[in-house]
Write a new protein. Structure first.
Length: 186
């Protein structure tokens, strides 16, 4: 990648950082991790806690590693979500720091792949919203758009904190589509 391309990508990341109010921190590899799994009862409280966690997962940078196992950067916000889950059921946490470059690279690749899947899903959702706007299904478009913005902002925070310029550019395009839909619906 050329220096000029890297500078352009960094500027795009800085724009996204400004829009999401998240400071840019460029890291080639994440080194401190939290892996959680949980066992929540199928009760009103357990179902509510599970639903709230799944809604917050993207906002705190969690990516699904396997069923009911999530990998995320170790942050204070992640710790708070773990505590909230623990109030209702069993939560198992593994905190750690990669000790070798190979471990950092592998965990970073796994995490980045999970973030990329989330970017894929939000891109697909933005296209569906645009289709609803084009087909004059404004009520459905509005409902989807209102539900999409919080997911977009959480994902954008995770991507910006991760410092991935290519994903940041993809999210910038999604933001432009969402903004276009917003204008069309006003």
């Amino acid at each position: 990648m050329t220096t000029e391309t890297q500078e352009t990508m960094l500027k795009a990341l800085q724009v996204l950082s400004t829009l999401t109010e998240v400071p840019v921190e460029i890291k080639e590899f994440q080194d401190n991790w939290l892996m959680i799994t949980y066992d929540l009862p199928h009760s009103e409280a357990g179902d509510k806690a599970r639903s709230e966690f799944l809604q917050q997962a993207g906002h705190i940078g969690a990516v699904q590693h396997t069923e009911s196992v999530y990998l995320l950067p170790w942050t204070a916000h992640a710790n708070l979500e773990v505590i909230k889950l623990s109030e209702v059921g069993r939560v198992y946490c593994w905190y750690g720091a990669a000790t070798t470059t190979e471990q950092m690279e592998e965990l970073s690749r796994i995490y980045d792949a999970g973030l990329a899947k989330q970017v894929d899903r939000i891109e697909e959702r933005a296209v569906r919203i645009l289709g609803h706007v084009s087909d004059n299904h404004h009520k459905m478009a509005r409902k989807m758009l209102d539900a999409t913005w919080p997911h977009f902002l959480g994902l954008a925070r995770s991507v910006v904190a991760r410092g991935d310029m290519l994903m940041a550019q993809r999210l910038n395009t999604v933001r432009e589509v969402l903004n276009l839909c917003q204008v069309q619906l006003e």
